[in-house]
Design a protein around this ligand. Sequence first.
Ligand code: NAP
Length: 344
Amino acid sequence: MRVEENVTLAPYGTMRVGGPARFFTEAHTAADIREAALFARRHDLPLFPLGSGSNIVVSDEGVHAVVLRMATRGTAYEQTPHGDAIVIAAAGEPWDGVVAETVARGLGGLENLSLIPGTVGAVPVQNVGAYGVEAADRIIWVEAFDAERLAHFVMTPEECAFGYRDSIFKRGGGKNLIITRVAFRLRKDHAPVTEYADIARYLADMKNSNPSPADIRDAVTAIRRAKLPDPNEIGTVGSFFKNPLIPQAAYEELKERFPECPGFPADGGLVKVPLAWILDHICGMRGLKDGAVGAHERQPLALVHYGGGTARSVRAFSEMVRNKVHEKTGIMPEYEVSFVGRFD
Ligand code: NAP
């Protein structure tokens, strides 16, 4: 295992900001992960797992930790007695490659989650979701490595405590776990999930009333390409904030002031309000730019870094956005992205 010192992390995150990792190493095998944990212990530093950095913003001062870039690869397929298929993927696998492979095998389940940047290991962390499907709907188990006990163990979905863009891996002791493999349930006769308006419209235009997983993947891919910033072209971590979940009464009040404001029923009698709509129609922030940072022209929930900016400027812009939303609506948006390192 090769360990480097003071490696700038900006190129390892899709927002393209961030200072150095005190130590930086890559894991290609389970032995590498164990060795990195022992190295971190010897230096009395935390071990910080990194995928493709597509949902984090690293501070300009960097991370005082052993950053472990997960480069473990491999997928395996199994059959269940109930006729389901299971794909087991290593944490370092690029997520969209896994989705593409399942779809190419004619297996349904992950197609709505097409073209999401990132690695398999990052998927359970924020319970990635898109177009009516959440990772938690498909995950059977998550294998993790506990750097304290130097042991691998398997977690059930209940133990992962999945919530809306949330899981145990974002909180407390869960942050210290290194996700090593994830198993997803797939089906040959999978019922397509097509209720999101963009998907329904795309399929209607294609006159396709019985879409296969490949058709849905095509739809999602085309819609995302048309609407979302491409991390290969511009600094972005996708949605920067979660859509707020608010009580029905608060939603009614919002509707009185902004009758067009959309809302979708969510768990616990709450209403999910698309924050992109608020940013666009209430705050006038679509395409807003301040120096090197802005809210994307087609999807303002995605903040973008045009280059030459800092993590501090990204943070300042995002705080300005939150405060503006709060001032206009009384809602304080929660971050979907994770900030790493010091921002005070
Ligand atoms: P959209 O279709 O314009 O809809 C706006 C928001 O309203 C969505 O975020 C979605 O919430 C909610 N919504 C729309 N139709 C809904 C329905 N039928 N039932 C329940 N909720 C509904 O959204 P978009 O910005 O183009 O994004 C499309 C999908 O891709 C969304 O699911 C979004 O979360 C996902 N996405 C995720 C990221 C990321 O970085 N995490 C980035 C881009 C897009 P939900 O977000 O809860 O689905």
